[in-house]
Design a protein around this ligand. Structure first.
Ligand code: C2E
Ligand code: CA
Ligand code: CA
Ligand code: CA
Length: 284
């Protein structure tokens, strides 16, 4: 940190400068990156906590930058949101992921339906084309709306008015699942949940981290137990993310969580990896 007074400001933090330059460079390179096909998606399996079988995956976008190599979404999603590129980028992710889900379904006729989860940024929620784009993408791919889950962060919906909720309600009526992502970090009013067209709570990774030791901290256990029982009483399924160990998986299963995602099961990877995992399940 530096004080902003006089020529002290000249003694800039070189790392901060580098970060700012990179940020600027990345921002200007973003629109071209989409045209050049530099984005790609990794898929992380979603498993049933009961038996560990794969029933779907979350799509996580990456950028293969010609100079900087593979960049994670935390590096460029905020920039894309700031410049508005998130709308075409988000649409591309949805199209790509829905097409992939359809391809999995064709290869997995015997293993049951494969579901696909796609993240939505708050800017996409307020974009008027959200519902029609989603309908078109599902129809073009021939994927049932039931197989799609859109993840919206809890913070994006805090204090949401009816105008913001309307497109989500329409999607939910069509059968698309809406998940509340990063749940438990936004201090939302729990009673408010009834008003939201969501069918899944994705418990934030911070709760999963609390389950690292065995037995877990009793207060953490109580909190998760409370959230799960509230969710179930409202007919919401609970997904946990960031499961890194068997002990975490076991405690979260005992607490009644329904599905899980995390390095313990698989890291995000290319689409064929998911195909192999699902096939391994089918073989038993
Ligand atoms: P998220 O939606 O909460 O996604 C979960 C993040 O946790 C992913 O990070 C995933 O790689 C990571 N993760 C999964 N399992 C584990 C684990 O066991 N341990 C730990 N420590 N981490 C785990 P990633 O891929 O870097 O994505 C970061 C965030 O970027 C996502 O958080 C999401 O908010 C955003 N994002 C990713 N793809 C998209 C997209 O297509 N559109 C939008 N709007 N946002 C996206
Ligand atoms: Ca997510
Ligand atoms: Ca559904
Ligand atoms: Ca999350």
């Amino acid at each position: 940190a530096k004080s902003a007074g006089g020529n002290r400001f000249e003694v800039a933090d070189p790392e901060a400068d580098a970060r700012a330059i990179t940020r600027h460079g990345l921002t200007t390179a973003l629109p071209m990156a989409l045209d050049r096909g530099e984005f790609f998606i990794e898929y992380q399996p979603l498993v049933h906590l009961g038996d560990g079988t794969v029933h779907g995956a979350e799509a996580l976008v990456r950028w293969l930058h010609p100079q900087h190599g593979v960049l994670g979404p935390d590096r460029f999603i905020p920039l894309a949101e700031h410049t508005g590129l998130i709308v075409p980028l988000g649409r591309w992710v949805l199209e790509e992921a829905v097409g992939q889900a359809r391809a999995w379904q064709e290869r997995h006729a015997r293993t049951g339906p494969m579901r696909i989860n796609v993240n939505l940024s708050p800017c996409q929620l307020t974009h008027p084309g959200l519902v029609s784009d989603t309908v078109d993408i599902l129809e073009d791919a021939g994927l049932e709306p039931d197989a799609l889950c859109l993840e919206v962060t809890e913070s994006a919906l805090i204090g949401a008015d009816d105008d913001l909720l309307k497109p989500l309600r329409r999607l939910a009526e069509m059968g698309v699942d809406i998940a509340l992502d990063d749940f438990g970090t936004g201090y939302s009013n729990l009673a408010n949940l009834r008003r939201l067209p969501v069918s899944i709570l994705k418990l934030d990774r911070s709760f999963t981290q609390g389950m690292q030791q065995y037995p877990a901290d009793p207060v953490d256990l109580k909190i998760v137990e409370g959230i799960v029982s509230l969710a179930h009483s409202l007919d919401l399924a609970v997904t946990v993310e960031g499961v890194e160990t068997g002990a975490q998986a076991e405690q979260l299963r005992i607490l009644g969580c329904d599905t899980a995602q995390g390095w313990y099961y698989a890291r995000p990877g290319p689409p064929d990896r998911l195909h192999e995992l699902a096939l391994a399940d089918a073989r038993g």
